[in-house]
Design a protein around this ligand. Structure first.
Ligand SMILES: [Zn+2]
Ligand SMILES: [Zn+2]
Length: 701
């Protein structure tokens, strides 16, 4: 009977500030629902007792089970409840915890491995109108043997939000958690700190299946959160690269608020010092090897971590949480963490009111690429300034928590200057230009020479070709070359980011039913001053001939440049005698058989459109299969007028597999045999985004 009653009760959490003043994160119980879509019920105060009753619009809430409501009620402040709820995988694992499961909690600014003991009911006795909060009783796990001689320390009760990670259970049979009551307001319960032998004997007594080895492995994997001087550590530098070194110093550097680590790196880097930061010396090592970073950026060196299971990745602390205190640019989610932190429902940027052009563009630009990071620092505007909102509420939030609520995007949209950006669906290129030029104050990405003269600057390049100039299924490589050459345009220098707009007009008409998004773009032949290879013999080219471009005997569509010998030969042919090849600007000192360096850029995102709806594909790491797909309005809760969108990020390694094929295979592939996402990538591309592949030593700060 009791149980039936509990199951019928429905609870909710407020996800949007309501007109009646309920704040986000408030938890309540719905007793009835009106025809107008309002929930009638009560809202709980801090201690779990009913604080107010009334009505709340259903679309401003998200449904919870009783258990979820009890766990979340113990989380404060209320805003953290939504943060936890949005981390779907973690929260469902927390709701599902059983006895002796291993978790990691944040305790006194430290990450601690713990064993789950019991659920604790907190607050006033369970009586009508009261919802008791639930917390966890946890035992601290420690691997040091001499710990038994130390005094045991009482641990507080933990809320669900204190748990930052749940380890996969090694137990075959799992005991559900018992619920006990917190007898006094002053926490007296003492958690024993177990050494390994103690753990074993206790488990043996209880007949637990948790073996010595399993436990040791789990603890080893989990207890790598403590870093100290002398620890081998790895750091994800601001440009996303992993570097390794020994921690030589920990402390708060002059002018900083948080703990930093000084590392002696395994390898030299030009931006590193010999142990000084600013003018102060913190330790001494070889020159160009000392790197200073916030301590929270450091992790134990994963190369030396004991891996409990050959097939499993070592457990890693969620980087998104470790970085939460930093008022700095959050690096993109590491490749190995993307599936657990980004993929899922309510992930990415939440769409709202024609915002998909903006959601998909922001997601494409900032999820995996760090190209624009340093540009945030240039514009020093106020706390509520637009670049601050972009950096803090959108980019950092996306990378840290994997979810950006629609409110943040709307706040950003409203500050874009022109009112229509907040209400209408705009073209991504228009938005990108506004964003880079007026918000981030970035110089134009593309410096363009037209007929040899420096002319327009631009932020994106619109492909302009005629249909017969390329094949039926052209690649971006072919389109870009043709577009630039047929208008006699060249890039003055290698752009840091190259945003190419596909040849389509308006939202409906596309010139090609399919376009191959080249994963690598070779721009050597469209650079103004770069040495190039003769099209025929490979020697350094001195002439370029536009009229040879479509010559059907000479690979039509390919850019034609020749050394002086080949230039003479090609143009003695009667059909080409009228051509007027022009001389290239070639560095004088180059011998004619010098090898020509190729300049390549890598595809990191593709923006697609289908029936006025924009979505995005993002390549999130070096692995060819590291592709995700993002739709800010993939699903919807509530009706059209009242409700909210559910943004979804999907993993799509098949897109990577598909793109790994030859252009011939891609252009002839039977799309009915391919996944829907492969089809969309090939047929709906609107913009392809490329970034420079840097062969230079990485800079760390
Ligand atoms: Zn030649
Ligand atoms: Zn020619």
């Amino acid at each position: 009977m009791e149980l039936d009653k509990e199951q019928q009760e429905s609870y909710f959490i407020v996800v949007r500030r309501t007109k009646k003043g309920l704040s986000r994160g408030a938890i309540g119980r719905a007793d009835a629902e009106t025809a107008a879509g309002e929930l009638i019920g009560m809202v709980y105060g801090g201690s779990g007792s009913a604080r107010s009753s009334g009505a709340v619009k259903k679309q401003d809430t998200y449904p919870l089970s009783r258990h979820q409501a009890q766990l979340l009620l113990f989380v404060s402040p209320a805003s953290r409840r939504l943060e936890l709820l949005s981390n779907v995988q973690l929260f469902s694992a927390i709701c599902d915890l059983a006895q002796d499961d291993l978790v990691v909690v944040k305790h006194k600014k430290d990450f601690q491995p713990c064993l789950v003991k019991n659920l604790i009911q907190i607050g006033k006795k369970d009586k009508p109108g009261v919802l008791q909060m639930l917390g966890f009783e946890l035992d601290l796990v420690d691997t040091e043997r001499d710990i038994l001689t130390k005094k045991t320390v009482p641990l507080p009760f933990f809320s669900a939000a204190d748990i930052v990670q749940v380890a996969p259970s090694h137990l075959n049979t799992r005991q559900p958690l018992r619920v006990s009551t917190d007898l006094g307001l002053n926490r007296k319960a003492v958690s024993r700190i177990y050494s390994m032998p103690a753990l074993n004997s206790r488990n043996a007594k209880k007949g637990s299946i948790l073996s010595n080895k399993d436990m040791a492995n789990s603890i080893k994997a989990l207890s790598h959160y403590s870093l100290e001087v002398g620890s081998m550590a790895e750091v994800i530098s601001l440009n996303g690269l992993k570097v390794y070194g020994v921690i030589r110093w920990i402390g708060v550097p002059v002018g900083k608020k948080h703990y930093w680590a000084g590392l002696e790196l395994d390898t030299e880097a030009t931006t590193c010092s010999d142990g000084t930061l600013g003018t102060k010396r913190y330790f001494t090592c070889e020159g160009n090897k000392a790197l200073f970073v916030p301590l929270t950026n450091c992790k134990p060196d994963s190369r030396f971590l004991f891996n409990p299971n050959e097939n499993e990745k070592p457990l890693e602390p969620p980087s998104v949480i470790l970085l939460e205190d930093l008022d700095e640019d959050v690096p993109p989610v590491a490749e190995q963490d993307v599936l657990s932190h980004l993929v899922g429902r309510m992930r990415g940027i939440q769409g709202h009111f024609n915002s998909c052009y903006l959601d998909a563009t922001l997601f494409s630009l900032f999820t995996s690429s760090t190209g624009f990071n340093r540009m945030f620092n240039r514009s020093a505007d106020s706390e509520e300034g637009i670049s601050h909102i972009l950096r803090r509420d959108i980019v950092n939030c996306l990378r840290r928590s994997g979810f950006v609520p629609a409110e943040s995007v709307m706040k950003f949209r409203k500050q874009l200057g022109c009112k229509s950006f907040a209400t209408e669906e705009k073209d991504p290129e228009e938005f990108i230009t506004l964003l880079l030029k007026d918000v981030l104050h970035i110089e134009p990405l593309l410096k363009i020479r037209s007929h040899g003269e420096l002319s327009q600057d631009a932020y994106t390049h619109q492909i302009i070709v005629e249909k017969n100039q390329v094949g039926a299924v052209p690649s971006v490589q072919q389109l870009l070359e043709m577009s630039l050459v047929s208008s006699d345009l060249k890039f003055e220098e290698i752009p840091s980011c190259l945003i190419v707009q596909m040849p389509r007009f308006g939202k409906k008409f596309k010139m090609f039913p399919k376009i191959i998004p080249s994963t690598e773009l070779d721009i050597t032949d469209v650079l103004h001053c770069s040495p190039r290879e003769c099209f025929l013999c490979g020697h350094v080219a001195e002439y370029e001939c536009d009229q040879c471009l479509m010559d059907h005997k000479l690979q039509p569509g390919k850019i034609k440049q020749y050394c002086s010998t080949c230039n003479t030969q090609v143009h003695t042919h009667p059909s080409r005698q009228e051509h007027t090849p022009h001389k290239l600007t070639v560095p004088d000192h180059l011998p004619e058989d010098a090898s020509v360096q190729r300049h390549q850029m890598q595809l990191f995102a593709v923006l697609c459109i289908n029936t006025s709806h924009y979505v995005s594909f993002v390549k999130y790491g070096p692995d060819p299969r590291s592709w995700i797909f993002f739709d800010s309005m993939a699903d919807r809760c509530g009706d059209d007028n009242n409700g909210y969108n559910v943004p979804v990020i999907r993993s799509c390694p098949e897109v990577g597999d598909f793109l790994s094929q030859s252009e011939e295979e891609i252009s002839t592939a039977d799309l009915s045999q391919c996944s829907e996402l492969v089809r969309r990538l090939l047929c709906d591309s609107y913009m392809c985004l490329y970034q420079r592949t840097d062969n230079h030593p990485q800079h760390h700060q």
